[in-house]
Design a protein around this ligand. Structure first.
Ligand SMILES: [Zn+2]
Ligand SMILES: [Zn+2]
Length: 953
């Protein structure tokens, strides 16, 4: 069914553009005392469990949990969100209907312990009906009524709706927990919701033929569209049946932006709004251009799947790349790759077989660049990355598809319907065919793909190639046990309201990185346990940690947690750390034990776990413990981190202010820094930058750390990093007057601590992005030492001193060149000597002397000399073809004495005749011609034909 044939319903604000609708929403709430909070990145900051920001809630989650505080209590935002993997995955529906998208925008207004139901409902009603002019009789509201009778009905919301001017009293309905109750997890903040639905009219019902069908809110047909969900967070859920009122009540609302635009613009489909329609028109324009078949506006049916997929995916890819997610093989980068490839394949269905999507993305940037400046700012990076990805996929798509089709043929022939996951994984590793495309193609034939098997195979493949779990970041929704654990530890008073105290900064000298502490919880195989055993893989929860959690490119700390027989540390020390509320307790007597810590994770907000293996003894919950960060490794890491800041300054100084950080890795053995720059950095620039950084190291400048409001830091000129999420309060690292960055990492006390800095490589990371790798401290010293050994060894081999090596090497090369020339001359002389006898072995063909011969291992020049020799020996009535094979390719020379030219025997023709049989060609004068071919195996046969050719003349 093509919904585009439906009549438009009434058009209250048809003159409003999508951009204007977004802006009226924000302005309306700002006028009502809200602070406009810009959309956070699609890459959630600090939440490792989430692949992408998937709702407006993500950036405020910690505020509701009481872990984060903001300087405002009312907020309004328009949040870019993505639902493309894991629990919330709409991908299969995208392009097949009018409402699903991978990327969408969510409008919301928020109250953090400020206003509540009355204001939320009044403002919602006023905005929809008075500001936007929606017909009051077409709006319906739903409120909560518990089908189990445990939680009180939301009579308050119901009465508030009925009190709104013009609200039809019968148009408020009750719904139960599934539709109208919101919870973050099994326990914790929760509350009733109230939804607003819009009646688009009977024409939108697609179930009219179904007997007994009655259109209704939350019904089976698309006539009523849910447009806005108001969530009233008023309870703290303790268990199955206990709901305690929250001291501070919150409001969280969410309105699907594309939906409200479709209603206000009177469109039957999201794709027909001015948000997406220009993308479809652009695609049609490209199709017309490339196929020559006109695709003018009226002829396109926007319900046509490829157009919708391309529009949706081009938009999502542009936003992803703007947030620093470039196409790649793992996690988020894989998603960017997958959606570009998927759209590219759909392009093939409408005749687009060359890269095209950058032109569609350019329209996205134009359309959205004002509301989301990161798009406009990264325009070229977006366009380049998309085209590059298309070009890469273009090379393998046809072969991959052909291969898949034949696998599906075999599958069908064997009577099965599910393609084994292993084969799908092979298609990805060999042809770069993402699972989602394999699924699309299988589905077009009514077949299925084993996704679990695919993931297992991919993981095996990754593990085999040492790259870690490939799809690990997808899904991962087991945060609930950690949220529960946190909640329990807080109830028992073992953790404060902020959860585990994160304190990796307390030892700026990097020497004191030990902390006496207590084991609060142990998790094994995803379940809390009381004790663990040698060899167990465990997660350890402590009240406080000094281990750095991977962030901003700096890797996790490693170290040990071991039994700590000494009783509690002196009170002064405990007070100093500010944890006097958490007395250390000597609990279960686990004896002597040790856990080797390999990393640290934040599985849910407020909780940090140390992951590792029990190497000795039997650790138990309650045991006193000593947590020790590997101090030497940490020192190596901070050298690289501080050096990264110096490098950043150096790049901007010598390459220009456009050289902006686009990614970094700070590991113990090296640092890697990606930055925007259109061309290779010259070796002269590398030297300048290297020298600059080393001068700053020798200057031994102190580092200063300050915590301050974000805006103040930015006003003072701090560099904010690409794709990072910053809270309202930031950590500012400055070095003298030349470096000022927002950074959560750990650093050297002064630049001298770095020791020295060496750039080891410079190359391309992606289109428009360069990558520098460098080393510092111990690694730099080792590098210099090993290079010195190498030089000494090479000098010994060449029997000279290291500083005489260049001269010596030049001498050796010169000598080698002369020797090679001599060898060539000798070879030729040898060939000529050998050929002496052969030259007389001509055969007589109708009075013409004919000779063919193959010479081994000679150059074309030698062949030429041989041909000259032949003509000297036989000045009249003679024809010869000499051949050799160079690098597997045949080369021939034909020689014909001048007197025969008159009889129609010409060297050029003869060479052409032979070369043609060898799959090649060539030419020359009537007396001497050279030619080459491809197929050496046909040489003998081709030479055999020469006599016949001469005879024919
Ligand atoms: Zn209906
Ligand atoms: Zn940093």
């Amino acid at each position: 069914m093509t919904t585009s044939s439906l009549p438009p319903h009434d058009v209250p604000s048809a003159s409003l553009t999508g951009n204007a609708i977004r802006q009226t929403f924000i302005d309306y709430f700002v006028e009502n005392g809200h602070t406009f909070v810009p959309s956070s990145s699609l890459v959630p900051g600090g939440d490792g469990t989430l692949l992408f920001t998937n709702s407006g809630m993500v950036q405020f989650k910690d505020v509701f949990l009481g872990i984060d505080k903001r300087p405002y209590t009312r907020a309004a935002n328009s949040q870019k969100s993505m639902r493309v993997a894991g629990k919330h995955n709409d991908l299969d529906d995208v392009g097949r209907d009018d409402t699903h998208h991978t990327l969408f925008e969510m409008l919301g207004n928020w109250s953090f312990g400020d206003y509540y139901k009355k204001e939320a409902i009044e403002w919602a009603w006023h905005l929809l009906t008075e500001v936007w002019g929606l017909d009051k009789t077409k709006l319906w509201a739903t409120v909560f009524k518990d089908q189990y009778g445990v939680i009180p009905s939301d009579e308050e919301a119901k009465e508030l709706w009925r009190a709104q001017p013009g609200f039809v009293p019968d148009q408020v309905l009750y719904f139960g927990r599934k539709d109208n109750f919101w919870e973050m997890a099994e326990t914790g903040p929760c509350g009733p919701c109230s939804e607003i639905h819009y009646d688009r009219g009977p024409a939108f019902c697609n179930q009219q033929d179904v007997p007994g069908h009655v259109c209704g809110v939350n019904g089976d047909c698309p006539r009523y569209l849910e447009i806005w969900n108001l969530v009233f967070i008023q309870y703290n859920r303790m268990d199955e049946t206990t709901f305690k009122p929250l001291p501070a009540k919150h409001v969280d609302t969410g309105m699907g932006f594309e939906r409200i635009v479709s209603i206000l613009q009177g469109k039957s489909s999201n794709y027909r709004t001015d948000l997406l329609w220009p993308l479809i028109l652009k695609t049609a324009e490209i199709v017309t251009e490339r196929t020559g078949v006109p695709q003018g506006d009226p002829e396109i049916d926007a319900s046509f799947t490829p157009y919708r997929v391309i529009a949706d995916h081009a938009r999502a890819a542009s936003f992803l790349i703007a947030d620093g997610v470039i196409p790649g093989n793992l996690g988020r980068n894989y998603i960017a790759r997958m959606i570009i490839r998927r759209a590219y394949r759909f392009g093939g269905k409408i005749g687009l077989t060359e890269p095209f999507m950058a032109r569609v993305a350019a329209v996205v940037i134009e359309n959205y660049g004002k509301a989301y400046p990161e798009l406009a700012k990264n325009r070229q990076t977006i366009l380049d990355a998309i085209t590059r990805e298309e070009e890469q996929f273009q090379r393998t798509l046809d072969r991959g598809t052909a291969n898949l089709q034949s696998l599906l043929d075999k599958l069908e022939a064997s009577g099965q319907t599910t393609l084994p996951g292993e084969q799908a994984a092979d298609l990805y590793t060999t042809y770069g065919m993402p699972l989602e495309i394999t699924k699309d193609i299988a589905r077009e034939r009514g077949l299925d793909v084993d996704e679990t098997g695919f993931r297992t195979s991919m993981d095996e493949h990754r593990l085999a190639s040492g790259k870690g779990t490939a799809m690990g970041v997808m899904g991962g929704d087991d945060t609930e046990i950690y949220a529960k654990l946190l909640h329990e530890l807080q109830e028992e008073g073992k953790l404060g309201p902020d959860g585990v105290k994160y304190n990796p900064y307390h030892a700026p000298t990097a020497t004191d990185l030990t902390l006496p502490t207590t084991i609060l919880a142990l998790v094994r195989d995803g379940q809390p346990v009381q004790a663990v055993y040698p060899g167990d893989q465990v997660e350890v929860v402590l009240p406080e940690t000094l281990f750095y959690l991977e962030s901003g490119g700096q890797v996790d700390d490693t170290g040990i947690i071991k039994s700590y027989p000494t009783p509690a540390p002196s009170p002064s020390k405990a007070t100093e750390r500010g944890d006097s509320t958490l007395p250390l307790q000597v609990g279960g007597d686990g004896g002597d034990w040790e856990i080797k810590v390999t990393g640290i994770h934040r599985p849910a907000a407020g909780i940090l776990t140390h992951t590792g293996e029990v190497v000795r003894g039997y650790p138990q919950v309650g045991d006193a413990a000593l947590a020790q960060v590997d101090a030497q490794r940490r020192a190596d890491i901070i050298r690289n981190h501080t050096a990264t800041h110096l490098l950043h300054t150096g790049l901007r100084k010598f390459l220009g202010a456009h050289a902006r950080q686009a990614g970094s890795l700070v590991a113990p053995d090296r640092l890697r820094f990606d930055f925007t720059h259109p061309e290779a950095v010259t070796s002269q620039q590398i030297e300048q930058i290297e020298q600059f950084v080393n001068e700053k190291i020798l200057g031994n400048f102190n580092l200063h750390t300050e915590i301050k409001p974000l805006q103040q830091a930015l006003d003072e000129g701090a560099t904010a990093l690409f794709g990072e999420k910053y809270g309202e309060v930031v950590r500012n690292i400055t070095i003298a007057d030349f470096s000022n960055e927002l950074c959560g990492g750990t650093h050297c006390p002064n630049t001298g601590f770095i020791g020295s800095f060496l750039i080891t490589s410079e190359g391309s990371a992606a289109a428009g992005i360069r990558r520098i790798e460098a080393i510092t401290g111990r690694e730099a010293f080792n590098y210099i030492q090993s290079r010195r050994h190498l030089l000494a060894q090479t000098a010994r081999t060449l029997e000279t001193a290291p500083d005489k090596l260049p001269e010596k090497a030049e001498g050796v090369i010169e000598h080698l060149g002369a020797a090679n020339k001599q060898i060539a001359a000798l070879r030729e002389a040898l060939a000529l000597a050998q050929i002496g006898g052969v030259l007389d072995q001509t055969e007589d063909v109708k009075g013409v002397k004919v000779l063919t011969a193959t010479l081994e291992n000679v150059t074309g020049d030698t062949l030429r000399s041989v041909a000259d020799k032949f003509r000297e020996r036989h000045p009249e009535g003679a024809v010869a073809v000499f051949a050799t094979v160079n690098d597997g390719r045949p080369v021939i020379i034909a020689a014909v004495t001048k007197d025969l030219n008159g009889r129609g025997i010409k060297a050029g023709d003869l060479a052409g005749f032979v070369a043609k049989q060898l799959g090649g060609g060539g030419g020359g004068s009537p007396t001497l011609a050279q030619a080459g071919g491809k197929d050496a195996s046909k040489l003998e046969e081709a030479l055999g034909g020469v006599k016949g050719w001469v005879e024919g003349k």
